[in-house]
Design a protein. Sequence first.
Length: 315
Amino acid sequence: MSKNEQGPNCTVQIKQIKYSEQCNLCKGKLVATDVDVVCSKCGIVADEKIVDSSRDFENKDGSGGRVGPPTNHMWKLNENSSVISQTGKDASGHMITGENRALVRRISLWDKRAKSNGARTRNKANSEITRMSEILHIPEQVKQRGAEIYRECEKRKMLAGRATPVFSAACLYASCRENGLNKTLTDFMETSFIRRNDLGSYYRIIVQELDIKPKVMSPTSYLSRIATNTVPPLSVAIQKQAMELLESYKDKAGKDPVGLAAAALYYVAKLKNLNHSQRVICMAAGITEVTIRNRVDDFRGFDQARCVKGVNSSW
């Protein structure tokens, strides 16, 4: 037997289940539901579920609930959010005149300056981190970690003399590297319109000061993006064979993973007699043709060594 109870905002599905105990008043059978235990004869509630597992907000912006969305440390308010009124009236509603009016204005200005305490720069950095995260499709967890890195740098007085947009981009890039997200300096450079050298130097300072452990990126994680950006796109079979080549190639230390992935795709495409030039592959990967040529020479030597040893290549 089932019954639907509809409230103002939700619908609760109730399933009646047999219960072994009896009612203390009428000795009737107790029936257990998803929300409570009731008597099937007199209707008294013997036990009920008081834990509310639903969320406290309905809409994405946090409206429609009791306490709003979870706390977001990127937009946390000041500990003392009260401000001095600018209306020129006192607590009784009377107008402040004479010397007291000028004094109240000065006190209000001092109060505003004391409470700002870098909040304007922090909000600008948070807006920049949010904007780049939306463009580059960075997950919420990685974005929050980037903002946390920025706040830690702010506590260590590392922002003096450095541009806020560049430093916030470096913090978000450090978060991506720490979580193993395959985003490159070129992606952030094109998104923020900043110089690559500035972004790289800020990133190295952050990693050194905060002792961040960036993960070593695998070349295979860039294959799909490069193959998709190539004109015309490379097939999944080419990507699979390039992945097998990269997995068998062991001399990856000190080499750019993006260059290895692009060279592997170009090498396999040439073996399959596809008309993809080095220029097309390097534009899709964001690297130079010299990098592809050097890595292709490494793959060619590795492939010849395998043939001498009698190992047949699957590509």
